[in-house]
Design a protein around this ligand. Structure first.
Ligand code: ADP
Ligand code: MG
Length: 340
């Protein structure tokens, strides 16, 4: 076969393979878009574990009708100018909507705040429909139906509806901790899974949101963290040693509002608790790292959950120091022998 350029739809399906792993990845991308649009209210509805339907309604700034075709086109974004090092939004790749549109039936209805009418675009397995006027409230409604209908191989890898639904709930919980002043609701076919009223942006609000999401037991057993080193700020809450878990799944860490998973951070948390917790126990944390976007690279993987810090030692030192100080173990030397 001679070398040729792949079709737009195949390119989008390849991108979808990396970005859209399961229904929860669609939810993550759509909620990020709503938050980037400044939404104060994000309402999610799902059916069939998100495989038959995911609907996200937001009251954000909306998309003008003439921009709807761009919104669903590859490499089109309103969030990134020409400096890849200055990323202040959750999205920046211009890849989520075209990817979703290539592996599902996607409809987007939007009405910007300065417009008196709304418009809709549909992408069905990669095929774009013309934009048409519709009736809609201010903000944006995105519906994704029949996820992976055009990529049956991926569909086969889905777990039970229940497992997919619970992964969706986890994604919404995780991101909601970074946006306490946004109201989130999530419903399944026959029940409400989450209802998180808006609370204030400050530490009190955060503690209330943590209580809503991780349970009051954690917020009652959490120590506040607030530290800064060379312009890198660390805030949030971390559990007292008596309140620990058998796994590290409840360590929520954010970099500039973005939920991340990072070995360096996980290692720093472990090191900070070394004197306080046995090896097989793990702290519960909700920690927020705030730093100049130029000092961290978020363009590591299409799912945007990995980060690389320009100065990893600084971040590690800040985490270990601040957590130990909160635990009151900052004076002790860590040792595995247990000798004082
Ligand atoms: P990215 O988020 O990386 O820019 P997406 O494919 O997720 O890429 O979205 C493309 C564009 O569509 C965004 O840059 C934004 O301008 C617009 N958009 C998507 N969702 C929304 C929304 N809920 N509200 C307002 N604009 C949106
Ligand atoms: Mg996006």
């Amino acid at each position: 076969m001679a070398i040729r350029q792949l079709s737009e739809n195949i390119i989008n399906q390849i991108a979808a393979g990396e970005v859209i792993e399961r229904p929860a990845s669609v939810v993550k991308e759509l909620v990020e878009n709503a938050l980037d649009a400044g939404a104060r209210r994000v309402e999610l509805a799902t059916a069939g574990g998100g495989l038959s339907l995911i609907r996200v309604v937001d009251d954000g700034k909306g998309i003008p009708p003439q921009e709807l075709p761009l919104a669903v086109s590859r490499h089109c974004t309103s969030k990134l100018s020409d400096n890849i090092h200055d990323i202040r939004s959750l999205g920046f790749r211009g890849e989520a909507l075209p990817s979703i549109g290539s592996v599902a039936r996607l409809s987007m209805r939007s009405r910007p705040h300065d417009a008196d009418s709304a418009a809709e675009i549909i992408v069905d397995g990669g095929k774009l429909s013309p934009v048409r006027p519709v009736a809609s409230n201010l903000g944006t409604v995105v519906e994704v139906r029949d996820l992976f209908f055009s990529t049956p191989a991926r569909l086969k890898f889905m777990k039970t509806e229940r497992a997919e639904a619970s992964a969706i709930t986890d994604v919404v919980k995780r991101i909601s901790l970074a946006f306490p002043s946004v109201r989130f609701t999530l419903s399944g076919t026959d029940r409400t899974m989450l209802e998180l009223p808006a609370v204030s942006e400050d530490g009190d609000g955060l503690l209330r949101r943590i209580g809503q999401v991780l349970g009051k037991e954690f917020s009652d057993n959490a120590l506040p963290i607030d530290a800064e080193r060379e312009g890198v700020r660390l805030t949030g809450y971390t559990s007292i040693p008596a309140y620990s878990r058998g796994n590290a799944l409840n360590q929520f860490v954010y970099v500039n509002g973005r939920p991340v998973r990072d070995k360096l951070i996980a290692g720093a948390i472990r090191a900070a608790y070394m004197d306080a917790l046995p090896r097989d126990r793990h702290a519960v944390t909700a920690l927020f790292i705030q730093l100049d976007p130029e000092l961290v690279d978020v363009n590591v993987h299409p799912a945007k959950a990995d980060v690389r810090f320009r100065d990893p030692g600084l971040v590690r030192g800040l985490l270990v120091g601040a957590i130990r100080q909160a635990l009151g173990t900052s004076g002790t030397r860590s040792s595995t022998s247990g000798a004082a």
